[in-house]
Write a protein that binds this ligand. Sequence first.
Ligand SMILES: Nc1nc2c(c(=O)[nH]1)N[C@H]1C(S)=C(S)[C@@H](COP(=O)(O)O)O[C@H]1N2
Ligand SMILES: [Mo]
Length: 526
Amino acid sequence: MSSSAAESTTGGRGPTRGRAALAGIASVAVALGVAELAAGLIPRVPSLVISVGDTVIDSVPGWLERWAIATLGTADKPVLLGSIVVVSLLLGAALGVLARRRFVLAAAGIALFAALGTAAALADDRNPVLLTLLVGVLGAAAGIGVLYLLARAVHGSAAPSGPAEDATPMSDLDRRRFLAVTAGTTLLGVLAGVGGYLLSGRERLDDLRAAIRLPTPVRRAGPVPPEADLEIPGLTPLFTPNEDFYRIDTALRVPVVEPDTWRLEVRGMVDEPFTLTYAELMELPQIEADVTLACVSNEVGGDLVGNARWQGVPLKALLDRAGLQRGATQLVGRSVDGFTAGFPVLTALDVEEAMVAVAMNGEPLPADHGFPARLVVPGLYGYVSATKWLSAIELTDWDVDGYWIPRGWAKEGPVKTQARIDVPRAGAPVAAGRRPIAGVAWAPTRGIERVEVRIDDGPWQEAELAESLDVDCWRQWYLPWEATEGRHRIAARATDGRGEVQTDQRTPVAPDGASGYPVVEVVVGT
Ligand SMILES: Nc1nc2c(c(=O)[nH]1)N[C@H]1C(S)=C(S)[C@@H](COP(=O)(O)O)O[C@H]1N2
Ligand SMILES: [Mo]
């Protein structure tokens, strides 16, 4: 066969090297898989891959993190984790080649690699030290074991640490068997990793959530009049279903917070700091409010915005109980995962619907959206207000900065008035004739008074507004349009409840939210 001819002329180097690299990849796949599986099986131990990812997120400069959110959106997390796995496997290939000559060095490389993951996990002092170390050791041991066995196979019966030149060339059968064993081992590593991921506690949380009985709010949100939802095909529904609600956070793995062990501390510049259990929080009088939540990273026309009926304890009640001290000007929400977000105490006192939310659209908060409790503050972008997996409410002065402030975002984040065009979709085929132009507009705490639409260079035409549910909530709008053949440009602008017209000044999302008119271009056919 030509391959064995090639092998004899190169002294077995090329193909052997390739197989050594494959052996290295399989070893690292097994190391990762075993560590993930162990982390999934042992309670409270984090995934080492996710811990490395967390470290990357916390150490990259703000502009890079912003760029990742802007270009990758919610795919940023899978992309980061995938990159970590790919880099690890490439490293494995190099270690596999190294193992041909210096097995001990290659084994040390795998151990070092596991140690890095373990160190990343231990940097978070919520993680149990010994159990986390155990996971690292198991992963390293499995990886080194596989490397030893496969390296031996590459060299026939020769010791893996012997010089490669001594190796007896493999027969075709050996080669095929080697490839099968290597592929099988890699697959086992992948399966272990996936299994570990699935075991990591989400299902248990869903059972706990299902068992929770929400108290009846003392103040209910109003009934939803049918006129509030125009139900035009393609138009965003008035309430965003929980599973469709955008998700933005720095958490690579959703924190699994069990209500039994969760505590909410109210502390800082207050006369009477106190701590609540979940049961105690659920016994306090709760309110319900329809609030549109927006992300500061939402582009004009973007979908990082959603509307939900929230239920929870008003912030003001908690602040009254704690007794604010003079000088307490900022309220900082702290998450179990270390995230922080701060906003003026005055907002917490003035905006009645500002709350520690425990429910979203009639069910306990989903894990992705902050279970067991989060902050919801109408009128502020999420990055300064909407702390998920809330663990503490700290009263402090204005000098303290929340997570995003040193990373290039404005200290204050009021939500800008925005209209969005949902129908027709940009680029979607439109047939000539009478068609609706429709969308939503929001200006939480101020409300929407008017939406206008401009087609091509025509005049601004006033759109029909759906009934308003609440000033904190987005409002649907539509304009019947006699669509004529050809290319058209549709723009929209909203006016808030104070009579202020949305600005036409285009600004990027950083530092304090995008502005400008949304524009949709369509080609109308016959
Ligand atoms: N713990 C935590 N809470 C957080 C964040 C975060 O990264 N970590 N991101 C904030 C941002 S930037 C936004 S826009 C909202 C998004 O809330 P959602 O994911 O429920 O839509 O959560 C806020 N709360
Ligand atoms: Mo955000």
